[in-house]
Design a protein around this ligand. Structure first.
Ligand SMILES: *Cc1c(COP(=O)(O)O)cnc(C)c1O
Length: 401
């Protein structure tokens, strides 16, 4: 049997046993609707409140009888859409039609911004440079009197850059501009505190930290306006209609609690495995590490191998039981390489040959050994049938890396 090594944790993670167990009571006996007045409903309502409070505590937000800064959503995408639209329209009401972001955000952010541009907003996309990061000074320089919102991701899902969120938050606070961060790759993976990090709005998703899919949350600081995207009932303090996903929310709270309590240990373990992978795979001729070498997610490796094509590489790896990802989102026959790699200025023909390995604390040193042995084999296999590699070998084309 081919052994299976799952290293695509930036796409999604396996649920932890604790998160699954936390879910079960709310699928079985505690099935009530929290809006119901009877006992079965009220028990569900208490569970919802408990989960909200737990999540707030874990990220430094406030939830009590009077205040609630945590809004449950269907995931990271919804939270991003809601935060960005809310802040943009709140700005518009004051005549502000400018938004600042970066070129390498997740599509949940970029596509929302594209829609806003069609509606008449102007968006400045900050360049992320060849090393895949920005500075707070660059954000500050882009802020104008009509800037309604700055939305910058906490950590990039493809190349793993960790952005200077605390400094960017401080700049936005000083200039009185709303600051949203897509922290889907950071929450449960890095120390995140919304107060210390000067964050006004933050998006997170359970399935990226060993919780279930289809549930996430939006932190919205008290006083920052939040509009509903969905019309209906009065759930989530009238900010998100629809009967709550109690089982999902309770599992998410439990998964986050587990992730945060093991944070230091998990970060160290992943970083050690990451660094071993980077050192080993960098020995492959004509390879290159993408992204920020210093400020990098502990579980992220993203490399380009010249003369390969990401999808063939993934298929060869899959045949060896390795589940990884290409930097590119083109699982379909799209010819466009990843917008993130292009944002880093990587040429098309190299960006096509990318590999993202995203680790979890569940991965083992034995699995890293296996990757170090098998990835070079897969690269050779793909190069062996590549016309591009032939041309490079025969000197018909110049090596770019
Ligand atoms: C996965 C991801 C999202 C989307 O979250 P979903 O819960 O899958 O909708 C948004 N932003 C980033 C950075 C992500 O990695």
């Amino acid at each position: 049997m081919v052994k299976s090594v799952y290293v695509d944790n930036a796409a999604t993670t396996a649920m932890s046993d604790r998160a699954i167990e936390a879910m079960i009571p709310y699928l079985k006996e505690v099935y009530g609707n929290p809006s119901s007045l009877h006992t079965v409903g009220q028990v569900a309502k208490e569970a919802l409140f408990g989960a909200r409070q737990k999540i707030a505590d874990l990220i430094g937000a406030t939830v009590n009888d009077k205040i609630s800064e945590i809004y449950f959503t269907s995931g990271g995408s919804e939270a991003d859409n809601q935060a960005i639209r809310s802040a943009a329209y709140a700005g518009l009401a004051k005549g502000k039609k400018h938004v600042i972001s970066t070129t390498f955000e997740h599509h949940a952010v970029l596509h929302t911004l594209k829609k806003l541009e069609k509606e008449g907003f102007e968006v400045t996309y900050l360049d992320v440079h060849s090393y895949g990061n920005i500075t707070a000074a660059e954000v500050e320089a882009a802020i104008r009197p009509d800037t309604a919102l700055v939305t910058v991701m906490y950590a990039n899902n493809e190349v793993g850059s960790v952005l200077p969120i605390r400094e960017i938050g401080a700049v936005c606070r000083a200039k009185k501009v709303i600051f949203h961060t897509d922290a889907v790759q950071a929450v449960g993976h890095l120390p995140v505190n919304v107060v210390e990090d000067n964050i006004d709005m933050l998006s997170a998703s359970a399935h990226k930290f060993h919780g279930p899919k289809g549930v996430g949350f939006l932190y919205c600081r008290t006083g920052v306006p939040l509009k509903s995207l969905i019309e209906g009932g009065a759930q989530e303090r009238k900010r998100r209609a629809g009967t709550e996903n109690i089982a999902g929310v309770c599992a998410m709270a439990s998964a986050l609690e587990e992730a945060v309590s093991n944070l230091d240990k998990n970060m160290k373990k992943q970083a050690a495995m990451r660094d071993r992978l980077i050192a080993g795979l960098s020995k492959i001729p004509h390879s290159k590490l993408n992204g920020d070498t210093k400020n990098r997610l502990p579980g992220n490796v993203n490399m380009c191998f010249e003369g390969t094509e990401g999808e063939s590489l993934l298929l060869h790896l899959d045949a060896k039981g390795i589940c990884a990802s290409s930097g590119s989102a083109c699982t379909t026959a799209s010819l466009e390489p990843s917008h993130v790699l292009l944002a880093l200025g990587i040429p098309h023909e190299i960006a096509h040959g990318s590999l993202r390995i995203s680790l979890s604390e569940e991965n083992t040193e034995e699995e890293i050994d296996y990757l170090l042995e098998q990835v070079p084999v897969a690269v050779d296999e793909v190069r062996a049938v590549s016309c591009l590699w032939d041309d490079l070998k025969n000197g018909k084309r110049e090596h770019l890396i």
